[in-house]
Structures are given as structure tokens and as C-alpha cells.
Design a binder for this molecule. Structure first.
Ligand code: NAD
Ligand code: HJL
Length: 226
């Protein structure tokens, strides 16, 4: 794969002990304990952009903002915006106009593909910036190159399952942080949903620690040597 200039990209995800990130209805399940939610807030505050897939916007309607006022103020003191840029990977421009990511609390970029309906894109442009790349799905490499070109150096990916899989498949992920909560979910999307990687993508364990009622594991994605 040709190397590109792109930001450092890490996935942060909360999973059950059986590796599921929600249930079979894809409705959000609170897996993180309070300590983990605080860690997630710090990670957001340290990032330049937070990326999610449209599936996550449709099922969870996240705000993707920094919740701690102290952390927002620290960002401002360092000459940054109070919140990182919110990025939605949304091939067909399905982001609802009343989605929380379009609430104006932070800047938002919706990444769409050539499939997106022009009228929907025009409506989104009223509330967000729009980046177009890719014929059917969003071209994730082009998106990362674009984010780098506008000064984004650290990207936090907050799911979901299919976006995580595509980013890993494209070799665009440097690090994966998994908080394992004390529960078994059974059927449901897993950390990376998609065709099996053959061979499996190798990871190196960077750190593991007990956090609240669960376990935090930090993995480095080993570069594809092929
Ligand atoms: N526990 C957690 O930490 C956590 C975090 C986020 C989401 N979730 C859960 O994940 C589920 C949502 O995940 P999902 O897999 O349904 O949706 P997703 O958020 O991964 O979005 C996937 C969608 O993005 C679009 N897309 C456009 N270009 C793409 C590309 N190049 N590659 C991949 N997708 C592309 C497609 O429409 C695709 O269906 C929900 O159940 C949500 O609750 C859990
Ligand atoms: N870290 C984390 N732990 C969980 O247990 C869980 N279910 C999610 N799911 C991710 C999802 O997209 C959430 O909805 C956003 O973390 C909410 O973000 P906001 O508070 O709205 O900014 N994320």
C-alpha cells in the first residue's frame, strides 16, 4: 500500500467480555463504567477529530463533545477550539438534520461519496462542512489525507463495528484501545465487523490495566509488511 500523509489514528471502543459492542438490535448498551467514561472524555480532549460511522449516528445519536468544562478550557488555553472536529462517515448523506452531531456545539464534517443525493448534501452544507470522496463507500484514505491537510494530527475513532473494520482493512489504524466491561452480550456487532482478515491482523499488547469494574487493553496495530 502506498503510504500517505495522514494523522495518528486510534480506535477507542467499549466491548463486552465476549467482544460485542452492542446487541443484535444495534441499540446502544452502556458498557463503560464511570472511570472509563472519564478516560474517554480525556481522549476526546486530546484529539483533533473524532470519527464515527453513520450507523453509530443513526443508532446512538452521539454528541461527540468534551463533557468536562476544565478539559474544554484547557484546550482553549492551548489555542484550540473547545471541542475537536466531529467527522461522520456517511456515503449517502443519511445524517438526520436533527442529529446531535449537527447541533452546532462543535464543528462537524460529513464525509460522503459520489452516491450521495445532491439535495441531501445541500441540506447538510447548511449545518456542516461536507467532504466528497469515493464512488460508493467513502474513500477513507482520501478522508485521512484531507484531515491531515487541514491540520488534524490525532484522530479518535469511536466506531462503529463496520467503520472500524474498514479502517483496519485499509491499514489506517495505529492503535486500538478496548475497554472490556463485565458482561456477556451474545449476538451483536463486534469490535470490527466484516470479512475475516486472512491472515488475522497482528497486534502488539502495549498496556493492560484494571479500570473501574473492567479491563483496559491498549494494542498497537503492527504494520502490514506485504
Ligand atoms: N461500544 C462502543 O464503544 C461503541 C462505539 C460506537 C458504536 N457502537 C455500536 O456500533 C453499532 C454501529 O456500528 P455499525 O457497524 O452498524 O455502523 P458504523 O458506525 O460502523 O457505520 C457504518 C456505515 O458507515 C457507512 N460507510 C461509508 N463509508 C464506509 C467505509 N468506507 N467503510 C465502512 N462504512 C462506511 C456505511 O453506510 C456503513 O454501513 C451500534 O450498535 C452502536 O451502538 C458501539
Ligand atoms: N466509550 C463507550 N462506552 C460505551 O459503553 C458505549 N456504549 C459507547 N458507545 C459509543 C457511542 O457512540 C456513545 O453514544 C458515545 O460515546 C456518546 O457520546 P456523547 O456522550 O453523546 O458525546 N462508547
Amino acid at each position: 500500500m502506498n503510504s500517505i500523509m495522514r494523522p495518528h489514528v486510534f480506535i477507542n471502543v467499549a466491548a463486552s467480555a465476549d467482544g460485542r459492542i452492542s446487541d443484535e438490535s444495534r441499540r446502544q448498551i452502556r458498557i463503560s463504567c464511570e472511570e472509563d467514561m472519564q478516560r474517554v472524555d480525556r481522549l476526546r480532549a486530546e484529539s483533533d477529530a473524532i470519527v464515527v460511522g453513520i450507523g453509530t449516528v443513526l443508532s446512538d445519536d452521539p454528541r461527540l463533545t468534551v463533557k468536562s468544562q476544565a478539559l474544554r478550557e484547557e484546550r482553549v488555553k492551548n489555542g484550540r477550539t473547545p471541542n475537536p472536529l466531529r467527522v461522520v462517515v456517511d456515503s449517502r448523506a443519511r445524517t438526520p438534520l436533527n442529529a446531535r452531531v449537527l447541533d452546532g456545539e462543535a464543528e462537524t464534517l460529513v464525509a460522503v461519496s459520489d452516491l450521495a443525493d445532491e439535495e441531501r448534501v445541500a441540506a447538510l452544507r447548511e449545518k456542516a462542512s461536507v467532504f466528497v470522496a469515493g464512488q460508493e463507500k467513502v474513500d477513507l484514505r482520501a478522508l485521512m489525507e484531507y484531515l491531515y491537510s487541514i491540520g488534524v494530527r490525532r484522530v479518535m475513532v469511536e466506531g462503529g463495528a463496520r467503520l472500524n473494520h474498514s479502517l483496519i482493512a485499509e491499514g489506517l489504524v495505529d492503535e486500538i484501545m478496548v475497554y472490556y466491561g463485565g458482561m456477556i452480550i451474545g449476538n451483536g456487532p463486534c469490535i470490527a465487523d466484516g470479512p475475516s482478515f486472512k491472515p488475522p491482523v497482528p497486534l502488539e499488547l502495549v498496556r493492560v490495566s484494571r479500570l473501574g469494574s473492567g479491563v483496559l487493553a491498549v494494542w498497537k496495530v503492527l504494520a502490514d509488511k506485504s
